[in-house]
Design a binder for this molecule. Sequence first.
Ligand code: SF4
Ligand code: SF4
Length: 427
Amino acid sequence: MNTKVALQELESRFNRLVGTSATNLCTHCGWCIEACHVYLATRDPALSPVAKTERVRKVLRRSHDWLSKIFPFWTGAEDLTEEELEKWTELAFRSCTLCERCVINCPMAVETPQIMAAVRGTLTSLGKAPEILDQLADAALAREEAADAMREFYLEQIKGLEKEVQDKLGDPKACIPVDQEADMLYVPLSGAHTIVPPAILFNAVGASWTLSMFEVSNYGVFLGDIPRAKRITERILKEAERVKAKEIIVGECGHAYAALKWEAPKWFGGPLKFKVRSILEVIDEYLREGRLKLDPSKTLDSVTYHDPCNLGRKGGIFEEPRRIIKAASTDFREMRPNRAESFCCGGGGGLVANLDWEDFRIKTGKVKADQVRETGSKLVVTACDNCLHQIQELSEHYGLGVRVSNVGQLVVNALIAESRRKTRKAA
Ligand code: SF4
Ligand code: SF4
């Protein structure tokens, strides 16, 4: 019964990209194998991109390929069994971080992560997704429902952070406006490290901005659950409308940027009413316009940058962080390979949140750990919280001896502080 429903669910997620990638395109040439950090770290052929998708392909071929319908033993097509379905949770949620490195190394551009995302969505609909991802997605929606009740508590917390902004800028009137009318709606992650540095920079340039009531992360994306991902995104779009924002600025988070920038227009049937930018693009703009002054000698360590897959390979944000880091430090060292060919840190696709697969995540992060070590850098800068946590853990496990920072904090450390903030509007 489960397998019949599973197949229906899988087929309902077919579009031209998934369909052709899943059934027709792969020539089994093997070019993708060495592109995948999961394979490279484990040397297990069963964990190569082609082997992972072949398990889904076999099942789809059984009903979507005429030869396989008649002679399945010739083509290797197989019916989906309960036993195989049980193994798909690990296949799609653990063994693939949806990093897309295999796609750009595939001569046929087979969309392995899209196939895996379709499997994730199928498993989610069957209640077979990792519980923690489900809980985190629901928590984001619950936060919207409880927004009014939590408002005072949240404002109190932010008031506490405001003091740090004022101290850094030497300006007792520097502020963190929340949910007020402004040109830019800044949406952070949970944690002061994604709120205080941008708040300092926005105040330093006198930007018209307001902090969101919500967090930007979207676990519906990791679940392959588009309806839930849409609802999580919708909270932010409604808020942007309410505060009359012209732009939504996404905090340092890879998947949230991809969701708002690239997926949301597809989900909502056309361009959004708001421009969407990463905070990296904003900081880069401030620096290029001379609105922020940095002293690179304040960064004493050699620095390397890890390209988060969603911002870099999928989002095209490569040069902005590099310009920022070079303005904020004196010894920048590239990892090799980098930019579009950068390896996933091993924590993407929601893996960082799942403690059950911690050992696997650390094992498959070895490729990134080796890259970091080869640079000889003492500070790893990255622009995604998942990557940040993963690289911190990789440093401990593999003895890399590096500190890890987000881009905003690096900039604030190098900032020659002065405030041009606008006066806070009455709440
Ligand atoms: S590189 Fe592409 S075509 Fe070749 S085996 Fe991998 S997925 Fe198939
Ligand atoms: S998307 Fe990334 S993790 Fe998944 S198979 Fe491709 S290279 Fe490996």
